[in-house]
Write a protein that binds this ligand. Sequence first.
Ligand code: NAP
Length: 265
Amino acid sequence: MTPHPTATRATGRPGPAPHVLILGGTTEARALAAALAGSPLRVTSSLAGRVAEPRLPAGEVRIGGFGGPDGLAAWLRAEAVDAVVDATHPFAAVMSGNAALAARTTGVPLLALRRPGWAPVAGDRWHPVASLEAAAAALPALGRRVFLTTGRQGIGAFAHLDGLHFLARSVDPPEPPVPAALDVLLDRGPFTLDGERALLREHRIDVVVTKDSGGAATAPKLTAARELGLPVVVVERPPLPHGVPVAESVPAALGWLGERGPGFR
Ligand code: NAP
C-alpha cells in the first residue's frame, strides 16, 4: 500500500490518510467514489470482475473476489482499512454477508449503502415473490412472452420453462443453462420510458420479471408495463445482515464517513 502523503488518520494523529474500501458494482458506489475523489481520504473501490468491460469508478480500483470473509478480513488488515462501505447491489447477498463477518472480525466500521426499493403505485399489477425460482413458478399462469431483466447470472432458474418465450436483457451474454426459446438483448441502463415502451410492444411482451433493484436507471420498464397493463413479477430483496447500519443515499453515506473521526472530514 502507498500511504497518502498529507492527511491524518481517523484518530487525528499525523500519518497516512484514512483508507476507505467501497464494495462496488453499482451506480451509487461509483457516485460515492466520485464524491470522495479529491478528498484527503485514500479510497479503494472493489469490483467482483463479473462484467467484461466494467464502468470503472474514480480513484483506486481492485478487481476480483477476496476469498470469502476470512480473505476480506485479511485484506482489511493488510491494507489498513479504516472504514468499509458495502455499496454492492441489493441482491449481492453473499458479499454483504462476508462484509458483515469481516467487519466483526476486524472491528472495522461497516456501512451498507442501499438505494430504497421500488413501491407499486395505482395501476401496477405486481406479483411479489421471494426468489428467482418462485418467479419461474409464477410465470406460466401470467403470460407466454416474458421480458426477463434479472441479470444473466439468474437465468438458469428459468431454463426449464419450455412453453414460454424469453427476451432476456443483460450486460454480458448469459451462459447455459438457458431457456430453449430465448432472445438476448445486450444492453445496460439507464433506460428511457420511450425505449422501454417500444421494446415491450415490438417483442409483444405479456409479462415482465424484475428484481426489486430500486433506483431510477432501470425503473422506466415498470412505468411502461403499467401503461400497457402488463403483470410484473417482482423478486423481493434478500435481507441485509443483522446489525449493519444502512444509508439510503450517497450524501447519507458521506455523513456516516464524516462521523468516523477528524481524519475523515
Ligand atoms: P455475490 O453473489 O453477493 O458474491 C459472490 C462473490 O463474489 C463474493 O463472495 C465475492 O467473492 C465476490 N464479490 C461480489 N461482489 C464483490 C465486490 N464488489 N468486490 C470483490 N468481490 C466481490 O455477488 P453478485 O450478486 O454476483 O454481484 C457481483 C457484483 O455485481 C457486485 O459488485 C454487485 O454489486 C454487482 N451487481 C450485482 C447484481 C445482482 O443482481 N446480484 C446486479 C448489478 C450489479 P469472495 O468471496 O471471493 O470475496
